[in-house]
Design a protein around this ligand. Structure first.
Ligand SMILES: CC(=O)[C@@H](O)[C@H](O)COP(=O)(O)O
Ligand SMILES: NCC(=O)COP(=O)(O)O
Length: 249
């Protein structure tokens, strides 16, 4: 079975645009969990442009109360700065079920590649070991076609396949051109004892084809498309509520 971890970054984007408390990430996460989502994902970035350290603490409490998995994503190599205690410190303070290591640089609009495992192996080994020592399952962000021998040598429990290129191929009408590389990488990871997660730009349109075409995906984390789709699904209902308030005057 593939579990769904909802990424609530985008709720924080909306909240931060007005500087207040709403929409509230914990309320949104609770709605996802009440609807049956299996877990919550966040990707706090050092510039705190969406999820902030306080959100991470509050969501850790919520997911603990619901007995579901909390997945924190981030770059373990990025140094702490004001408002961002650093990836390891956040994990040490909140003990998420899963820590997903992503090699994002400063100023990147969003994640757009996995690790070069052979190049980053020594540093990755250290971070993976430290996170496992505090009780986290550790997943590492990987491109289709990445070196799974080196990924396994990092000590990671899982890889998370970076699905952006698949989503692009799907949108261009030829998902079957990209799926075999994802499936081969998943099988190579599994043959080396690692589990396989996937995420980035997955959506209602492209998810089914991906899950059907890639071996034994344990978890998908989905945020951008899911929150956008929720707006479309919720707008008619919400507009009617406003109209009924106005009609009731
Ligand atoms: C690793 C990954 O693919 C997601 O965490 C994605 O990067 C979401 O981050 P943003 O919401 O900051 O784009
Ligand atoms: N790990 C991927 C994730 O958490 C969500 O990515 P996206 O759906 O916001 O592109």
């Amino acid at each position: 079975m593939t579990v769904l971890s909802v990424n609530v970054n985008k709720i924080a984007v909306l909240r931060n645009s007005r500087g207040g408390r709403d929409p509230d990430v914990v309320t949104a996460a609770r709605a996802c969990l009440d609807a049956g989502a299996h877990g919550i994902t966040v990707h706090p970035r050092p510039d705190a442009r969406h999820i902030r350290a306080d959100d991470v603490y509050a969501l850790a409490e919520l997911t603990r109360a619901y007995s579901v998995e909390f997945n924190i994503e981030g770059n373990p190599f990025a140094p702490p700065r004001e408002g961002y205690p650093g990836f390891h410190a956040l994990c040490a303070e909140t003990r998420p079920a899963q820590a997903t290591l992503v090699p994002d640089g400063d100023g990147q609009l969003t994640s757009d590649h996995g690790f070069d495992f052979a190049r980053d192996l020594d540093g990755l080994r250290e971070h993976v070991g430290a996170l496992k020592a505090i009780g986290c399952r550790v997943s590492v962000f990987a491109d289709a076609g990445a070196d799974m021998d080196a990924a396994a040598a990092s000590g990671a429990d899982r890889i998370e396949l970076y699905t952006g290129p698949y989503a692009e191929a799907f949108a261009a009408g030829h998902p079957q051109r990209s799926l075999p590389a994802f499936d081969d990488t998943a099988r190579a990871a599994q043959a080396r004892g690692m589990g396989v997660n996937a995420g980035h730009d997955l959506s209602q349109a492209n998810l089914g084809t991906f899950i059907a075409g890639v071996s034994d995906v344990l978890e998908v984390s989905i945020g951008h498309a899911l929150i956008g789709e929720a707006l479309y699904d919720g707008l008619a209902f919400t507009v009617k509520r406003y109209l009924s308030i106005l009609d009731g005057r």
